[in-house]
Design a protein around this ligand. Structure first.
Ligand code: UD1
Length: 342
């Protein structure tokens, strides 16, 4: 029988890409989302890409414990991937309670219902933000977590701890946390991608919106960092590659291949890339000129971070494969697709 995976927050950027990969790998998927930060664009795209009109979709809020219970009562769920949560770093500084309440409560409800309904396998979408400004690069899963610089980052650390402690205490469940580096790009079909509300905080949506003329100018935050070209360095991971890592992680759980009851994996390429390199490659990949200007550093940014993905490569059998040029072409194709619908 096909295994069923619940994807909370499955209508969003990463959730929609993961849903596609799970379906293509032969899983049944239930998508649940409260639509607080997205519309149906990506879910509709998922149906088109997979050719599946019948993907179950539940509009619900995981902060609602009764609704969460009902979902687990009415469906046979073998594994859950938890994406539902707020993710804007700046907003979290101004509205910490909104972040703590939403991100922690929803995850606690998911764990409680999974546990009481015999759903053993819980995958949490964590972030490289837990490493803060690293002392040593690249970062391995053993690198120390640093005090979070935002309530958003703190919720990622706290959710990791909630999962670790729950797994330790309740033998009914086990968990994996995937620490994403900087997910970028879009599905090659250009039918799903990132849909920021208002002014984008993240680099690539800002680049594509500038290229299409929605924003006048891209500001590159900082040219005086102690890096080869003075701009920050990140590990930009293609969202389709990232999505595939979830399929490996889910099958590791469902096939009883885990070596510990709680495992953590870095999901990155292992290659540092500077903001300016990305800007230049975007122009090259898409044969266009971007209006950009150097600007002061953005408060809270770390100088450089990239992954040591060895553990994920060896244990999950997963590796980042997409070429950065293809990733940047896909990001641009998605922006053009959005513009064509306006
Ligand atoms: C942030 C979050 C991270 C989250 C990720 C994806 C922190 C500290 N960071 O990462 O947790 O997983 O977003 O949502 O919590 N930049 C510009 N101009 C812009 C926008 C960005 O120069 O208009 C630069 C930034 O200064 C940074 C790099 O691009 O050096 C990447 O920025 P961004 O896409 O926002 O990701 P992070 O801050 O690395």
């Amino acid at each position: 029988m096909k295994k069923c995976v619940l994807v909370s927050g499955g209508a969003g950027f990463i959730g929609s890409h993961v849903t596609v990969e799970l379906i293509e790998a032969g899983y049944d998927v239930i998508v649940a989302d409260n639509m607080s930060n997205c519309d149906m664009t990506c879910f509709e795209g998922v149906k088109k890409i997979t050719g599946r009109e019948d993907i179950p979709f539940v509009k619900m809020d995981f902060c609602d414990a009764v609704a969460t219970e009902l979902l687990f009562t009415t469906h046979e769920i073998d594994a859950v991937i938890h994406f539902a949560g707020f993710k804007a770093v700046g907003e979290s500084v101004n509205e910490p309670l909104k972040y703590y309440k939403n991100n922690l409560e929803s995850f606690i409800n998911v764990i409680e219902s999974a546990k009481s309904h015999g759903c053993r396998n819980i995958l949490f979408s964590s972030s490289a933000t837990v490493y803060g400004e690293p002392d040593k690069l690249p970062v391995t899963e053993e690198s120390p977590r640093k005090p979070a610089t935002s309530p958003y980052g703190n919720t990622k650390q706290m959710c990791e701890d909630i999962l670790r402690d729950s797994v330790r205490a309740y033998s009914a469940i086990r968990g994996i946390a995937l620490r994403y580096f900087n997910p970028i790009g879009a599905h090659p079909s250009a039918l799903i991608g990132e849909l920021p509300r208002g002014v984008p905080n993240n680099l690539v949506p800002f680049i594509t919106q500038t290229a299409i003329g929605k924003r006048e100018c891209l500001y590159v935050f900082g040219d005086d960092y102690p890096t080869p070209d003075g701009s920050c360095q990140r590990d930009f991971i293609d969202v389709v590659d990232l999505a595939k890592a979830h399929v490996f992680a889910v099958s590791r759980m469902l096939d009883d291949k885990m070596k510990k009851e709680y495992e953590i994996f870095n999901i990155g390429t292992g290659k540092p890339f500077s903001v300016m390199e990305l800007v230049n490659d975007f122009q090259k990949a898409n044969s266009l000129k971007l209006n950009y200007r150097m600007a002061p550093r953005r408060p809270g940014d770390v100088t450089a971070i990239w992954a040591d993905p060895t553990l994920a490569n060896e244990e999950l059998g997963w590796k980042a494969e997409r070429d950065i040029m293809d990733t940047l072409t896909a990001a641009w194709a998605w922006e053009k697709h959005l513009a064509s619908k306006e």
